[in-house]
Design a protein around this ligand. Structure first.
Ligand SMILES: [Zn+2]
Ligand SMILES: [Zn+2]
Length: 339
């Protein structure tokens, strides 16, 4: 089995993996924001040879290079959850993995899949051909509010596992308590702005902060996202979606906690919201990765924003537990500079 890393190992971004055996396929095609050469390190020959592109989820470090891949000559079938396919530019050859199954036969290649606990549409893949067997966790968390089908009892010659938190011991409960304590204090001084991905950790964070006596608001994109999940328990439990929507309608006496679907503060609206919160004596709390050169990173470096990471990924300790209940001959850890 020929296995190439197009990106995503020893870096946070550009996730892309290439496998060539009796079949040829690619898993994910992300970009590396802030990099002079942001695209995966694959040749046009390799890209044209790929019959399939499996996408684990819709975040741009996993799908952001899709248009580039087409420009390089990719003409294969894109395989993903329906929600992930919907986030792509128009493309005619797609295969949406059914929600009511956990396996699909694609002709000479079969894929088992399950929810990876990271966001709507996020899946892990166990891909088998006559001559190969490889598992890709995608961005994977067993600690979030998103539904997860745990990876267990699997045998493969290769596993690529999310290890975004690296060797830093990541304790979800400790991090959650740090965020809650920070927010509780922050709203006594002014508004608190939380820039987050549209599809990601907002549900966990709203639930975490729901006990505080202050209004919680979602911007338009996040409101539409949660409204879209209402009654659909496939990715977020129905009661979690309902609890989030109920909580944001409730008031409170403290300053407001505002969620904004712009994790890197890349939009003018996002930058303006951050400026306004800070001018009013408030705070900006970053709970995920900050891209190099982003406004979020600038505020952090200037000491005007605070960063407390939240649990949408795995750390080495999580991966060690996962490895103990599976059988993988070789393991590649991705998504971290430290591993
Ligand atoms: Zn992600
Ligand atoms: Zn990612």
């Amino acid at each position: 089995m020929k296995f190439l890393i197009g990106g995503g190992v020893h870096e946070h971004g550009r996730n892309c993996f290439f496998v060539q055996t009796d079949k040829t396929y690619i898993v994910d095609c992300g970009v590396m924001r802030g990099d002079e050469h942001p695209y995966p390190r694959l040749t046009e020959e390799e890209i044209r040879a790929a019959e399939f592109l499996f996408l684990t989820h819709m975040h741009e470090d996993h799908i952001g290079a899709f248009s580039w891949l087409l420009e390089c000559g990719f003409r294969g079938t894109v395989v993903a959850a329906q929600e992930t396919l919907a986030a792509l530019p128009p493309y005619e050859k797609t295969f949406a993995l059914p929600d009511d199954k956990m396996t699909a036969d694609l002709g000479g290649l079969s894929v088992d899949y399950g929810r990876s606990g990271h966001c709507v549409g996020a899946l892990w893949y166990h891909i088998r051909t006559a001559e190969s067997s490889a598992l890709f966790s995608g961005d994977y968390s067993e600690h979030s509010r998103f539904c997860v089908d745990k990876i267990e009892g699997r045998t493969a010659e290769l596993a690529v596992l999310d290890c975004a938190f690296g060797h830093a011991k990541y304790d979800a409960k400790v991090q959650a308590e740090r965020i809650r304590a920070f927010a509780e204090e922050a709203v006594t001084r002014g508004p608190l702005l939380l820039p987050v991905p549209k599809n990601g950790r907002a549900a966990d964070l709203v639930m975490l902060l729901s006990g505080l006596d202050c209004p919680i608001s979602l911007d338009k994109k996040l409101t539409a996202f949660f409204e879209g999940q209402r009654g659909n328990g496939r990715w977020l439990p129905v009661n979690v979606t309902d609890a989030v929507l109920t909580r944001v309608r409730r008031g409170g006496t403290g300053h407001e906690i505002a969620f904004l679907a712009d994790a890197q503060l890349a939009t003018e609206q996002g930058r303006a919201a951050a400026r306004e919160a800070l001018e009013r004596g408030g705070s900006v709390l970053l709970t995920g990765h900050t891209d190099e050169g982003s406004e979020a990173e600038r505020l952090l470096l200037e000491g005007r924003a605070r960063a407390i990471p939240f649990n949408a990924h795995s750390c080495m300790e999580d991966d060690e537990a996962l490895l103990a209940r599976n059988n993988f001959a070789r393991v590649v850890f991705n998504h971290s500079k430290d591993v």
